[in-house]
Design a binder for this molecule. Structure first.
Ligand code: MN3
Length: 242
């Protein structure tokens, strides 16, 4: 019963993760994310940037071994040798889908769940220290990339960052895990409101993080032992340049 419910839940949230890949719908209107992220930035980000990743991904995997594969499996299987078109666009689609999933206007957010909070306490002390670590990862990421909260194969929480549209599911010689919260630190995520002020955007974006969603993602990642095990059991891929 529990697992059926989980599958239905995952199916509705991540139906855009099966082929052909499609753009997910935002659960709120663009205006509702303001003033933290303005409506125009949200719209351009989703309908131009994210849509381009989806279109280019569907094109790039045609007649490759990835045709028909689900997005998470594809990300876990791909190698540096598979080239940048598949990697950048598959990452772009997954990363943005997760980003939209955890953002909600403050009045519509739920609370962090106990299981997640216990893990935060264990690995960071409290939510504020976790935010600080994610901000640090975001601020020290040179150029474009992402700051992540992941569930490691050991089941603990960890903060990592990746360049461009890479993510911790990929086998690129770096720490791997299942992302449960991702902060986009490409300039296109904040340019209209904040121009070059990444730190101001980071302060604002925390107001939009729905901890009940992050808690849900945490439970799902922990329940997915097969996937967590696969992250350590596969042969190490060639290391990317950082
Ligand atoms: Mn982006």
């Amino acid at each position: 019963m529990k697992s059926t419910l989980l599958i239905i839940l995952l199916g509705t949230i991540f139906s855009s993760f099966s082929q052909p890949f499609t753009l997910p719908k935002l659960p709120f209107s663009y205006q509702e994310y303001a003033p933290y992220i303005d409506a125009q930035t949200m719209e351009i980000h989703l309908t131009k940037h994210h849509q381009a990743y989806v279109n280019n991904l569907n094109k790039a995997i045609k007649d490759t071994r990835f045709a028909g594969m689900g997005l998470e499996d594809l990300l876990m299987e791909l190698r540096l040798e598979d080239g940048e078109a598949i990697r950048n666009n598959a990452g772009g689609h997954y990363n943005h889908s997760l980003f939209w999933n955890v953002l909600a206007p403050p009045a519509k957010q739920g609370k962090a769940q106990d299981r997640f909070l216990t893990a935060v306490q264990q690995d960071f002390g409290n939510l504020d220290s976790l935010k600080k670590e994610m901000n640090k990862a975001a601020m020290t990421r040179f150029g474009s990339g992402w700051s992540w909260l992941i569930v490691t194969p050991k089941g603990s929480l960890s903060v990592v960052s990746t360049p461009n549209q890479d993510n911790p599911l990929m086998n690129l010689g770096a720490d791997r895990g299942i992302p449960i919260l991702g902060i986009d630190v490409w300039e296109h995520a904040y340019y209209l409101n904040y121009q070059n002020r990444r730190a101001d955007y980071l302060t604002a974006v925390w107001s939009l993080v729905d901890w009940s969603k992050v808690s849900e993602n945490f439970d799902n990642a922990k329940a997915n032992e097969t996937r967590l095990m696969k992250l350590v059991s596969t042969k190490k891929g060639k290391k990317r340049k950082q």
